[in-house]
Design a protein around this ligand. Structure first.
Ligand SMILES: *Cc1c(COP(=O)(O)O)cnc(C)c1O
Length: 397
């Protein structure tokens, strides 16, 4: 059996999306900036996509900018807010400790330029407390940036509340909604969101294309300079096929949010029930305020990487924390942020189901993980020490 359960890392492009994209490679290949008809047809597809995406998130078409994906959107949102703030002498930015590296590393760069960064703590259940955001806001705060759904533990943040606080205090608010758009209903106006990042490949669209929503009046700083595409805010000939594919993927995903969540919820419960039977294990992140596709679990005395590689041999593709951190020996910054000791962070597994997951696949995952955890514990010195009482257990049995 092959089970792809790493949908937070990326997803398969659906057939519907591929079919929608194909004509834009070989028939309607014109440059949207060209005045002849094959160019204008591409331009029409571009603007139609912009309108559709705007409608889905409750924005206006001119508030939608196409980018190369989530990382670029995060970079541009944060840099733009920083430049706008600096003009008024505001050089303080608030974020959280468990953001994606596209956010955290952009903030590192700004810190070197003289910005002051406050990273609020994340509660042990994987939720940022709006009260802490409110307390951290100062006269010179230029931006608050908090992710909508965490990519490792799937927890959903109180975005509307944080947005309201920012609005009241007159501070710009950006959210990385890359893991959220296909799981949660988003309306940027109702939820007080000034800027928002989307990436197509997380909801069965192609890689290398995304959206930055920026509210009317928020002037973006161009980080890719050149031609006047995207109203002068993002140069480069538009990725029309990618944009069309992303639009079809987003419409499809959003129209099925409730149906998918209902199905996934049953599978998530079954998966959690099954894995919790493994002694000395712990589910990471709030059980209620999480998207239905994500299960993140730690097993005492087991190396996450070893578990991942043995699961791969059995046809199960999962992740041990964030894909971005594999290959490096650092424990996941997300799991550290929610207070897990680093050896526990190293022993965690992220399973992210696709909408087409089946009960049979869940059974296969549970049985295989149970077997491999037992096998790995068989030659773990940590596990021996814990079982013989020389080292305390971290979780209850
Ligand atoms: C995947 C991801 C990104 C990066 O998106 P890319 O399109 O791969 O650049 C940013 N933020 C979050 C939360 C993600 O999961």
């Amino acid at each position: 059996m092959f089970v792809y359960a790493d949908n937070a890392a990326t997803t398969a492009v659906s057939k519907k999306v591929v079919d929608a994209m194909v004509p834009y490679f070989s028939e309607i290949y014109g440059n949207p900036s060209s005045l002849y008809s094959v160019g204008q047809k591409a331009k029409d597809a571009l603007e139609e996509s912009r309108e559709k995406i705007a409608k889905i998130i409750g924005a206006k078409p001119k508030e939608i900018y196409f980018t190369s994906g989530g990382s670029e959107s995060d970079n541009q949102a944060i840099i733009s807010a920083a430049r706008l703030g600096a003009k008024e002498g505001k050089k303080h930015i608030i974020s959280s400790k468990f953001e994606h590296h596209a956010v955290l590393h952009t903030l590192d760069t700004l810190e070197k330029e003289g910005f002051e960064i406050t990273l609020v703590d994340v509660h042990s259940n994987g939720i940022v407390d709006p009260v802490e955001i409110e307390k951290a806001i100062r006269e010179d705060t230029a931006l608050v940036t908090i992710m909508y759904v965490n990519n490792e533990i799937g927890t959903i943040q109180p975005i509307e509340e944080i947005g309201r606080i920012c609005r009241d205090k007159n501070v710009l608010f950006h959210t990385d909604a890359v893991q959220a758009v296909s799981h949660v209903h988003i309306n940027v106006k109702e939820q007080n969101i000034d800027m928002l990042s989307i990436s197509a490949h997380k909801f069965h669209g192609p890689k290398g294309v995304g959206v930055l929503y920026a509210k009317n009046g928020v002037t973006l700083t161009s980080i890719i300079n050149g031609g006047a595409q995207e109203r002068g805010k993002r140069a480069g000939t538009e990725n029309i096929a990618g944009i069309v594919g992303m639009t079809v993927a987003l419409e499809d995903a959003v129209s099925r949010i409730d149906e998918n969540n209902a199905n996934l919820s049953l599978l998530q419960d079954k998966l959690i029930e099954g894995l919790k039977k493994i002694p000395y294990s712990n589910i990471n992140g709030d059980l209620e305020k999480r998207i239905k596709s994500n299960v993140n679990i730690s097993f005492e005395g087991v190396e996450g990487e070893s578990l991942l590689l043995l699961l791969d041999q059995k046809g199960i593709a999962v992740s041990s924390g964030s894909a971005c951190s594999s290959g490096s020996i650092d424990p996941s910054h997300v799991l550290i942020a929610i207070g897990l000791p680093s050896e526990v962070a190293h022993s965690s597994l992220r399973i992210t189901l696709g909408e087409d997951a089946t009960e049979e696949q869940i059974d296969y995952i549970v049985n295989t993980v149970t077997e491999i955890v037992e096998y790995l514990r068989g030659f773990s010195p940590f596990w021996d020490e814990m079982m013989s009482g020389k080292r305390p257990h971290i979780f209850e049995n």
